[in-house]
Design a protein around this ligand. Structure first.
Ligand code: FHN
Length: 495
């Protein structure tokens, strides 16, 4: 009996303090044949691992890296990987670029090592972007790496190299394919168009099966280009395909961009339930609060310049984010239960540009010291304050204290980092701070009571002398729930 109640309390603490708000109820009940397959987050080991990654790397690489945002002396101001769609880019010229694709400096092991040093836990690689060029030797088209001077299977090289560094790989796949004659964005009308679109669907299915067969260690498929009406109207077929792919690759992780529901609704079905395993709507944007997230898993994919995914040689065209801002995004994502995925666009020779290398180094140096506040961490029930973000690690069954990580971006002028202690569900209990210290070197920090407000909320000040570095730093609080009378003794001890 006692054991049961301990287990129930632990489960409650993990769910409540972890801020995981499971999506337990449907917001409407419209009958759907192709709606969400599941209500609420996945609970299997693969998804749990995904949830703990914290930091990912996106790589956009393809033949668009050769022009790098330029053609015939003119600059394309759009996203470099879209250059084929530019009126000043002759299509036959673009479609023949693959004959020059020979990235002589490409070293998959070096990319993987750099990612590892940056603290990346998973990587998403564009197997095929909208232009249709395949970085793997697909047997279903000639427009692949096999027919370039480079010849070798780049996806295999990358999967092997990243896996060897302990980094999981997700395969990005664009449904848009400008190279396939059957591809179209609007729904087919004539019989001829319909037949041609059927061929395209079969081709897409074949390629997806081929990818999962060729790269069995891939953990997921990251779909893109699924906004076309032609694709949206294939809800039943795509649903069947998703089921097939999941059956052939147990644990496969697919986000909300793959399929629409019966009514053409994307990401969330007509009942408001998530389509897929995690919300893929956070592209170059981030949520501000947990309430916006419907209790679902999510990733944020982010570019370093404003909107360049593939290699564009001229980064002066837009604002370029600084490591400090990117680190803040990593922490913010973790504080809201999301993974942050930073994009890299290597050049046509296989070089990662120096600016990206520098950013990777700076993020890596920070993650090495502070990664404990990111990996495996969750949203904290402690109310966000102006100095930065909380993340937390829930108490484990060993009875270890619950850890609150405070990543401080705005150092208070008086060096007092103020925290507001959350109230316990059990009225007879209070949360106490047992210990406070810098994560970097474990220097103990003094905690002083800072009184109560008129609502009875309790505050503490953590005396945090100006940090040794100018980068954000982490304070760890070891906290515990105790009975109210125990707290009084404790408080005398620390004030
Ligand atoms: O059009 C693409 C774009 O080029 C890039 O691949 C991004 C990455 O999320 N996805 C599409 C826009 O949503």
């Amino acid at each position: 009996m006692r054991k049961n109640s301990i287990i129930i309390s632990l489960v409650f603490c993990v769910l409540f303090l972890g801020g995981i708000q499971a999506q337990t109820t449907k917001r409407a009940s419209i009958p759907l044949e192709h709606g969400a397959h599941r209500i609420g987050p996945r609970t299997d080991a693969e998804m749990q691992k995904w949830r703990d990654y914290g930091l990912g790397q996106f790589i956009h690489w393809g033949v668009y890296a050769i022009p790098g945002g330029h053609w015939n002396g003119e600059v394309y101001r759009g996203a470099a990987e879209w250059i084929r769609s530019w009126s000043k880019m002759p299509k036959p010229d673009y479609d023949n670029l693959y004959k020059q694709f020979n990235p002589k400096n490409f070293d998959a092991k070096q990319w993987a090592k750099q990612a590892k040093d940056m603290g990346v836990k998973y990587m998403i690689i564009t197997t095929k972007h909208h232009d249709g060029f395949c970085l793997w030797p697909s047997k279903y088209t000639g427009y692949t790496i096999a027919n370039t001077p480079y010849k070798k299977d780049i996806i295999k090289e990358l999967v092997d190299a990243y896996n060897a560094e302990g980094i999981d790989v997700t395969l990005y796949f664009s449904i848009i394919d400008w190279n396939h004659k059957g591809y179209r964005s609007s729904p087919p009308k004539t019989d001829e168009e319909k037949a041609s679109y059927e061929e395209f669907k079969q081709f897409t299915r074949n390629q997806l099966i081929e990818l999962l067969q060729n790269y069995p260690t891939a953990i997921g498929l990251w779909f893109d280009g699924t906004w076309d009406q032609a694709w949206i109207q294939q809800a039943a077929w795509v649903d069947e395909l998703e089921t097939e792919l999941r059956a052939m690759h147990p644990g496969l992780i697919i986000g909300s961009r793959f399929r629409a529901d019966d009514n053409g609704k994307r990401h969330y079905d007509s009942n408001g339930d998530l389509l897929g395993d995690y919300d893929q709507t956070w592209e170059r944007s981030m949520p501000e609060t947990l309430e916006e997230l419907n209790g679902v898993d999510w990733d944020c994919v982010m570019t370093i310049p404003e909107n360049q995914w593939g290699y564009h040689s001229d980064w002066s065209l837009s604002y370029v984010k600084k490591p400090f801002e990117l680190i803040e995004m990593i922490v913010k994502a973790a504080s809201l239960n999301g993974n942050f995925v930073l994009n890299f666009g290597p050049d046509g020779n296989g070089n990662i540009r120096p600016e990206e290398t520098q950013i990777a180094k700076e993020i890596g140096a920070w993650m090495k010291v502070n990664g404990e506040a990111i990996y495996g961490c969750r949203h904290s029930a402690w109310e966000k304050q102006g100095w930065g973000y909380y993340t937390q690690r829930a108490a484990v069954e060993t009875g270890a204290p619950s850890l609150q990580y405070l990543t401080v971006f705005n150092q208070p002028l008086n060096n007092q980092v103020r925290v507001k202690v959350p109230k316990c569900q059990d009225n007879n209990k209070v949360v106490i701070v047992e210990k406070a210290y810098f994560l970097a070197d474990k220097t103990p920090l003094t905690v002083k009571s800072a009184g109560r407000d008129k609502y009875g909320n309790v505050y503490y000040d953590i005396n945090s002398p100006a940090p040794l570095t100018t980068s954000p730093y982490v304070i760890v609080l070891e906290t515990k729930e105790v009975n109210k009378d125990e707290k009084d003794n404790y408080q005398q001890a620390i004030t």
